[in-house]
Design a protein around this ligand. Structure first.
Ligand code: NAP
Length: 258
């Protein structure tokens, strides 16, 4: 199974690394194309079996799966510059570019297409990937799910839910990082070294995620375990609410859902 990745930036580069580290695809079957040779050379220095090129057409010519990882405004010009065949699978990770828009830029509008919205934790194989499908078989769906599950956790959603998933999981990772930054500031004011504060908070965030994901519990159950009546945690939680924490998070997510 040959895979072409167009664009070796944050996302395309991480996907190339993730696939190379995984077991489903052999590294020598992956070709990464970008105009910027330095990004390609960097990838190649870590994964010597990767094929790299500046020629998109060459990259896609014998690919079974073409992963498009360029900025949204480049999707149309990049896709229009080569002819994908109906038997190939197009995977677009460009946020906000609909199936209808993708179909207008390919020769075979009925070809199998996926839209995948990962997040930047894909470089750590810890992404949440929201995936929508168009004209795909059950086998193709399973294949793409398996590929992206190697780089995190994936679910299939209707296309009209992708923007909400983008807000929650792709923009959402920035909100979590903002929390880490804010908590660090508090720690530093309380006399903790920045690097120690960063590790304390990041590990707490990771631990909170593990509690939910591994035990499949609801956050309120986990919160209940740490809120002793009259204790210090409930004092802090109530301060967060007085400052509008829940409302601010809801508003931020809704603002990002476009
Ligand atoms: N970042 C996220 O959290 C996130 C999450 C979900 C989805 N996405 C989507 O992922 C896509 C890529 O985002 P990114 O952050 O990875 O962007 P990026 O870092 O800018 O990567 C895009 C790469 O494509 C290259 N490129 C530009 N024109 C090209 C062409 N004609 N042929 C081949 N390569 C070309 C760029 O090179 P130059 O830098 O030289 O222009 C760059 O290396 C976007 O559509 C975005 O919506 C991003």
């Amino acid at each position: 199974m040959k895979i072409a990745i167009i664009g070796a930036g944050n996302m395309g580069g991480s996907i190339a690394q993730g696939l190379s580290m995984g077991k489903l695809v052999s590294t020598s079957d992956i070709t990464v194309s970008d105009l910027d040779s330095s990004k390609l050379e960097m990838l190649k220095s870590n994964y010597s079996e990767l094929h790299i090129t500046n020629n998109n057409e060459e990259a896609v010519s014998d690919a079974d799966i073409v992963i498009l990882a360029v900025k949204p405004w480049l999707v149309k010009p990049v896709l229009s510059a080569f002819d994908l065949k109906r038997k190939q699978i197009l995977v677009s990770i460009a946020a906000g570019i609909t199936f209808e828009q993708l179909a207008q830029s390919v020769l075979e509008p009925e070809m199998p297409m996926f839209r995948v919205i990962p997040n930047t934790a894909i470089s750590e194989l810890q992404s949440f990937n929201a995936i929508a499908t168009r004209h795909v078989t059950a086998e193709q769906e399973e294949l793409i799910l398996n590929i992206f599950n190697e780089m995190g956790t994936s679910i299939i959603l209707p296309e009209d839910k992708l923007s909400a998933a983008t807000a929650l999981a792709s923009c959402g990772i920035a909100y979590v990082l903002k929390y880490i930054q804010a908590a660090m500031q508090a720690g530093i004011e309380m006399g903790i070294r920045p690097v120690d504060a960063m590790n304390m908070v990041a590990q707490s965030v990771k631990g909170a995620g593990e509690l939910i994901l591994k035990n499949e519990t609801h956050p309120s159950i986990e919160i209940d375990k740490v809120t002793t009546p009259g204790g210090i945690t409930i004092k802090g939680l109530n301060e967060l609410e007085h400052a509008g924490f829940t409302s601010a998070v809801i508003r931020a997510m809704k603002a990002s859902n476009q």
